[in-house]
Design a protein around this ligand. Structure first.
Ligand code: ADP
Ligand code: ZN
Length: 698
């Protein structure tokens, strides 16, 4: 609907109708225009929007905006008429190189249009890739090299996928898992608890096949970096259909198209990242959440929802089974299984007979690391390469070095806007803040005393350099967010790594998950101590997840895998437990500890955050919140306290933690509190938010 709003006209969504109103008639306004002939969203879709708004205590309008594709949010129709720019025949034959010398921007646009082919590109998509394309377009139109038109976008023609091909015969544990889910009648939640490489994806494939055969739809949610061409390829080949994909790399029009196909029921399989949980599915039969422990399922700003938790709520409402898979399940799900709310489906062994990797510690006190690399690890890399294997070195810290120190006066380069140190980036000779994104040039001399400064510690760039020195002639590929900024760079690097074109892979978190590198036999964890003394009650769980996930990359095929972990604290009990009893051991201990200390999943949390240019403002708001909460039965209030990084991007940040053993008490309180806080005078000077079930506490 188009509706009058003050002096403006805005797009609104009808969420309900009524014949009466408590407002005076004179204050009611008439809607200007209906934008869609039929309701855009079905009853179930509206239910999910309402549920999300209630559960996360977030304005319903913003939830609806998050749930809809951008073009619909802007008030365009389901099949919008858009401005398209298309290459002409003359443009196809133009000399791009000659043009590039005189008018590089025009050449760039021309090339983009040539790549796009006969359908052309819509204006919004062009703006996303080439922000100032319009200036370059004018001369191209005048020369007849490109043309402009208005076109109504219909459904896209989808090429048929090749017919389905069969997969491996399921093993006993996989068969049991599939059979148990098949027996579900209506809603039921399953934790597919399978070690890395145990064949979880095969289980998903069989369950999806059933749903397709029954003529219904399946929704698969994957982590942000899990939606690889490898996975899509596998789904397509095995199921013989093209899934509708929903992820952040799509243009608005592609996203709308996938959304429409899901909404009409044409798309039988919808695969997407976090926000795909809102996709309409008129005929849902199954929901799958792969790598349920992954943090990318929780949105960390604005509407702070967990796509995993909403998926469960959605399956419940739709009366269909949900399967949540992980090699390192969260304690939340483990507890649900213990309480018998959910059913645990164990896949205890690697499929296809591969052995689990062996784990060994490298004591950094005895074998010190130089530029990140200890002698023990380096010689192990040598051995594995000599045996025809591949090595992956995991270091969750990009850049050259995390700290720049002056050995003469002790000055450390810090961010001017955050309470944090600047990271040295040697490749582009800059100091960068990984928290706010600010950067400045890297000087060789100390800004305080002029002495020569020294980078301390190692990031992925430095480790890459050290490896090049140590292994000349070997192919070394670094994969982190600095090397994969260009579209497709990540996929290309991973594809090369898979076929064995890289001998040594160096990378951050993004390398640690989901990938299958057939030749990989050695995984080295460069800096494991970051998480050992964490302040968050989730530290152990997280640390074990991240190590087990990266270790799971080793030895997935025939050759046995080995994992070396560099640590300065080899006596720490965490390591013994992890090596002796694996993730199951660490997580069982952690669950007991949480029960004793009443942290989640044995209690519920909500965090109220505030940020302001003045520290006193940030605190005044939370003090007011605390006063308004007063004594609330069943809710414990902790704080306000400064955030661990008290100043970020020029703003002071503080927080108030609410803890309750009963979810209802907490939600009743938040329901009352939110409108009060919105009207509180202290709220005008801060940015504030409510985070229900926060996963980042500090
Ligand atoms: P996960 O999703 O648990 O990491 P995948 O489903 O990707 O595991 O399986 C890991 C590897 O084992 C894949 O190469 C897959 O083709 C193979 N695989 C899975 N199930 C079987 C099976 N029952 N027999 C033989 N190979 C299998
Ligand atoms: Zn900063």
């Amino acid at each position: 609907m188009l509706v009058p709003f003050g002096r403006r006209t805005l797009t609104g969504l009808v969420v309900g109708t009524s014949a009466e109103s408590s407002f005076d008639e004179g204050r009611l306004k008439t809607a200007l225009e209906s934008l869609d002939e039929a309701p855009l969203l079905a009853e179930d879709d509206l239910w999910l929007i309402r549920f999300t708004s209630d559960y996360y205590h977030h304005p319903i309008g913003e939830v609806a905006a998050a749930a809809l594709p951008a073009l619909l949010r802007q008030g365009k129709g389901l099949y919008p008429t858009l401005e398209f720019i298309t290459i002409t025949d003359a443009g196809e034959g133009a000399d791009v190189e000659a043009l590039a010398k005189r008018a590089p921007r025009q050449a760039e646009l021309l090339e983009t249009l040539i790549d796009a082919g006969g359908d052309g590109l819509d204006a919004d998509t062009l703006t996303a890739t080439l922000p100032n394309w319009r200036r370059a377009a004018k001369p191209l139109f005048e020369k007849g090299l490109a043309s402009r038109s208005e076109r109504t976008t219909g459904p896209r023609d989808e090429a048929d996928a090749a017919p389905a091909t069969p997969g491996p015969e399921l093993n006993a544990a996989q068969r049991e898992a599939v059979a148990t889910v098949r027996d579900a009648d209506g809603f039921a939640a399953f934790l597919l608890d399978g070690v890395t490489g145990s064949g979880k994806t095969e289980v998903y494939l069989h369950l999806i096949r059933d749903v397709l055969d029954a003529g219904r739809q399946a929704l698969v949610l994957v982590p942000e970096i899990g939606l690889t061409p490898q996975l899509i390829d596998r789904l397509q080949k095995r199921l013989g259909i093209r899934p509708a994909l929903l992820h952040s790399g799509l243009t608005d029009l592609e996203r709308l198209d996938a959304w429409r196909r899901a909404r009409s029921g044409d798309a039988k399989l919808v695969v997407g990242t976090r926000s795909a949980v809102f996709t309409p599915l008129p005929n849902a039969g199954l929901i799958i959440v792969d790598e349920e422990h992954d943090h990318s399922f929780k949105q960390q700003e604005g509407l702070r929802y967990s796509a995993r938790d909403l998926a469960i709520a959605r399956a419940n409402r739709a009366g269909v089974p949900i399967v949540l898979g992980s090699a390192t399940p969260t304690l939340e799900l483990m507890k649900h299984c213990e309480d018998s709310n959910y059913t645990r489906l164990p896949l205890p062994e690697r499929a296809g007979g591969a052995e689990p990797p062996s784990i060994r510690l490298v004591d950094l006190n005895r074998s010190p690391a130089e530029e990140g690399l200890s002698e023990v690890l380096a010689s192990s890399v040598s051995d594995h390469l000599a045996a025809g294997g591949q090595a992956l070195l995991f270091l969750n810290r990009r850049g050259f070095a995390p700290t720049l120190v002056c050995p003469s006066c002790g000055h450390i380069a810090e961010c001017t806007r955050c309470d944090s140190r600047m990271t040295v980036h040697a490749r582009d000779q800059r100091l960068k803040c990984h928290h706010c994104g600010s950067s400045r040039s890297l000087d060789a001399a100390c800004s305080e005393c002029g002495a020569e400064v020294r980078p301390v510690g190692a990031g992925t760039e430095r480790l890459e350099d050290a490896l090049r020195k140590r292994f000349p002639g070997r192919t070394i590929t670094r994969i982190d967010s600095d090397t994969t900024q260009h579209k497709g760079a990540m996929d290309a690097a991973l594809a090369a790594a898979r076929v064995g074109d890289a001998d040594i892979l160096v990378g951050t978190q993004m390398l640690s998950k989901g990938h299958h590198f057939p030749k990989l036999t050695l995984v080295g964890v460069i800096n494991a101590d970051q998480g050992l003394f964490g302040t968050d009650f989730r530290s152990d769980e997280r640390m074990a997840q991240s190590i087990v996930q990266v270790a799971g990359r080793a030895g997935r095929e025939n050759a046995a895998g080995e994992v070396l972990i560099q640590t300065a604290f080899p006596e720490h009990p965490f390591w013994r437990r992890l090596i002796d009893a694996g993730y199951a051991g660490v997580s069982t201990d952690a669950l007991e500890e949480r029960a004793a200390t009443h942290w989640p999943p044995f209690s519920r949390l909500a965090l109220i955050r505030s940020a302001a240019h003045k520290k006193t403002d940030a605190h005044a708001f939370l003090d007011a919140a605390r006063r308004r909460i007063g004594q609330t039965e069943g809710v414990r209030v902790l704080g306000p306290v400064d955030a661990v990084m008290a100043r970020k991007a020029g703003r002071y940040r503080a927080q108030l933690l609410l803890q309750a053993s009963d979810r209802r008490a907490l939600h009743a309180l938040l329901g009352r509190l939110r409108p009060e806080l919105e009207d509180d005078p202290t709220a005008r000077r801060v940015r504030w938010s409510i985070d229900v079930d926060p996963i980042e506490l500090f």
